[in-house]
Design a binder for this molecule. Structure first.
Ligand code: BT5
Length: 328
């Protein structure tokens, strides 16, 4: 772990107070000159760190950028998700970067953020717009002990964590639209793309890609999305601190993943159902060529949506595009 993680953590722990250079150099086991050099580099990145000969160092403000060491310095008690964080200024799709890391044998829990994506994607090859510095565009690698048909559980886990983090950070009331959308006031604010590499009876790895529209202004969405998409800033009227939100999301993801691994998926599913706009609604779901119409009744054991079809049959659905018809 880099020295910057420890320096940022110490400054943050001081909560606006000062930390002396001597104290830092002693606890990190390096010279005061080495600390000074690191502080200079952090300042160049935009961290406003005051240095006074008598008091030591004090953090006055932090910039709105994603910096791996800063994110790591805020995540002290995570178990898996976020123990390794990498940030790119620009990449094609963070899902592609994670896929490469997965094939190189990197441990589960690694998270890759990009300030911008040139080929951000949704499901079925759809495009995901990811302008620089405006959102959280990131992916994570998981290697859960699941059968391929249970993989939808991870999308449920991710949506539950994401909804809770956004609700706590903004006081808004986000809702989940099955399987992968977070809506605020009926408009999409975040999406999840789960991609899987599996053998017939076992998941090898999963890549979970998450896109959150954080600080886009309404007019920064392309015209065709303005009616259906929104950002946290547009909904709250205020800029949202992206690094802080990123860390909240990672902490919630880590906690929910722990619940899944402890065999407590039903608890996650209960929370998900409580906030899901899809349950109890008349839905129309496109499944390839087929259109399934009926009432979304509940979430199944493996994460499937259970739909009571027009013919009275209960059908488990594990993917597809849902149109909500009307409130019942
Ligand atoms: C999704 O797909 O909602 C999954 C989005 C996942 C994006 C993340 S960003 C990090 C990671 N790297 C990637 O390359 N992807 C993941 P889907 O349900 O298929 O929705 C796609 C549709 O959402 C598009 O066809 C547009 O209508 C709409 N859309 C595109 N960009 C959007 C945005 N920024 N905000 C809201 N809606 C958007």
């Amino acid at each position: 772990m880099s020295m910057d993680v420890d320096i940022l953590r110490a400054l943050r722990r001081a909560g606006g107070g000062s930390v002396s250079g001597a104290e830092l150099s002693q606890s990190l086991g390096v010279s005061r000159a080495a600390i000074w050099a690191r502080v200079q580099d952090l300042r160049a990145l935009g961290y406003d760190i005051e240095a006074s000969p008598h008091q030591g160092y004090r953090m006055l403000s932090t910039p709105d950028l994603l910096h791996a060491d800063d994110l790591l310095s805020r995540l002290e008690s995570i178990r898996v998700i976020g123990r390794d964080i990498r940030v790119f200024q620009e990449t094609t799709s963070t899902n592609d970067v994670i896929e490469k890391l997965a094939r190189d044998g990197v441990k589960e829990g690694v998270v890759v953020f990009a300030e911008a994506q040139t080929k951000g994607r949704g499901r079925l090859g759809r495009k995901w717009i990811s302008p620089p510095g405006k959102g959280l565009w990131f992916s994570l690698l998981l290697r859960p002990a699941l059968r391929p048909e249970e993989a939808t559980r991870l999308t449920i886990v991710a949506a539950t964590a994401l909804r809770r983090a956004i609700a706590n950070a903004t006081q808004l009331r986000p809702e989940i639209k099955w399987p992968n959308d977070i809506l605020i006031n009926g408009k999409k604010t975040a999406g999840i793309l789960t991609e899987m590499h599996a053998e017939p009876d076992q998941v090898k790895h999963l890549v979970i890609g998450i896109g959150v529209d954080v600080n886009l202004e309404a007019e920064e969405f392309p015209p065709e999305l303005r009616q259906i998409a929104t950002s946290l800033r547009a909904e709250t009227g205020e800029a949202v601190d992206r690094p802080e939100l990123a860390c909240r999301i990672l902490k919630e993801l880590d906690a929910e993943y722990e619940r899944l691994n402890a065999g407590r998926f039903s608890e996650v599913a209960d929370e998900w159902e409580e906030h899901c706009t899809t349950i109890g609604r008349q839905v129309s779901i496109r499944l390839g060529e087929r259109q399934l119409r009926g009432r979304a009744e509940a979430l199944g054991e493996d994460g499937a949506l259970l739909v009571r079809s027009e013919h009275g049959r209960l059908e488990p659905v594990i993917g597809g595009d849902v149109t909500l018809e009307k409130l019942t």
